[in-house]
Design a protein around this ligand. Structure first.
Ligand code: GRF
Length: 219
C-alpha cells in the first residue's frame, strides 16, 4: 500500500510510521512526505529514510503576496494551493493520504479530486470526536480540565477520515486519555504524543484493510 504523508512540524508521528514499515506495517510504502512548512523537522526524518520530500509553500508569490489585503484574492490563492497539492499527490498515485500533524485546513478543492480518485485521506487529531476541533486541542482540553469543565475528566485522540468540516470526519479509531489532577500541560502532552504514535499505526492499519476490502468489492 502506497501512502503520502502530510506534516507541518516535528514529525514524530511520521517517524512512528517510518519505523513501523519494518514490523507492524510491512506492506506500507511511504512514497512522499509533503510539508507546508520549510523548517518542519519531519522533512529531515523523511530524507534520512530516503523518502522523497516536497515543501509545498503557500506564500511564495505563487498563490498570493504575503500581507495580501484582499480576502477574495487570498481565498483564491488558498484554493489554488489546495488544487496544486492534490495534483502533486495524484502524480504519485498513492493508495492513501495520511495527515500526521498537518496544520492546514484542506478545502474541497483538495478533497474532491482525492475522492474522485478514490484515495482516502485520514488525519490524527488529539481530541475525542466532536470535541476541540481545530488547533491547540490538547491545550483547550487541559484548560477545561483545570476549570473542572472537562466531561468525565477525559480527553483523547482519534484517527478519522478527512472531510471539509474540520476534524469532523468518521472516526476510524479513538483512544480515551484520562486527565490527572496536578499533572502539567507538558506532562499531558507527553502522554498524548506517546499514545498518538501507537494510534497512528493502528488507524493506518485499519484504513489499509478497509481500503482493500472495498477494492475487493468494487472489482
Ligand atoms: C500531534 O498532536 C498532532 O495531532 C498535532 O500536532 C502533533 C503532531 O506532532 N496536529 P508530530 O509533528 O507528529 O510530532
Amino acid at each position: 500500500t502506497k501512502a503520502t504523508i502530510l506534516i507541518s512540524g516535528n514529525g514524530s508521528n511520521l517517524q512512528a510510521l517510518i519505523d513501523s514499515t519494518s514490523n507492524l506495517l510491512p506492506n506500507l510504502k511511504i512514497v512522499r512526505v509533503i510539508s507546508n512548512k520549510a523548517a518542519a523537522y519531519g522533512l529531515k526524518r523523511a530524507a534520512a529514510a530516503s523518502i522523497p520530500t516536497t515543501y509545498h509553500n503557500l506564500i511564495a508569490g505563487k498563490y498570493y503576496k504575503s500581507g495580501e489585503p484582499d480576502a477574495a484574492v487570498k481565498q483564491q490563492g488558498r484554493e489554488k494551493y489546495d488544487e496544486d497539492l492534490a495534483n502533486l499527490i495524484l502524480a504519485d498515485k498513492p493508495d492513501l493520504v495520511i495527515c500526521a500533524g498537518w496544520m492546514h485546513i484542506l478545502t474541497p478543492r483538495f478533497l474532491d479530486p482525492l475522492e474522485e480518485a478514490r484515495i482516502p485521506v485520514i488525519n490524527l487529531h488529539p481530541a475525542l470526536p466532536g470535541k476541540y476541533d481545530g488547533a491547540a486541542a490538547i491545550e483547550r482540553a487541559f484548560a477545561d480540565f483545570e476549570a473542572g469543565k472537562l466531561e468525565d475528566d477525559t480527553t483523547g485522540i482519534m484517527i478519522h477520515y478527512v472531510i471539509s468540516a474540520v476534524d469532523r470526519g468518521e472516526p476510524i479509531v479513538v483512544r480515551n486519555i484520562e486527565c490527572r489532577k496536578g499533572e502539567s500541560l507538558g506532562e499531558l502532552q507527553e502522554r498524548i504524543h506517546g499514545e498518538e504514535h501507537t494510534l497512528i499505526i493502528e488507524g493506518t492499519q485499519m484504513a489499509i484493510s478497509r481500503l482493500w476490502s472495498e477494492r475487493g468489492k468494487s472489482t
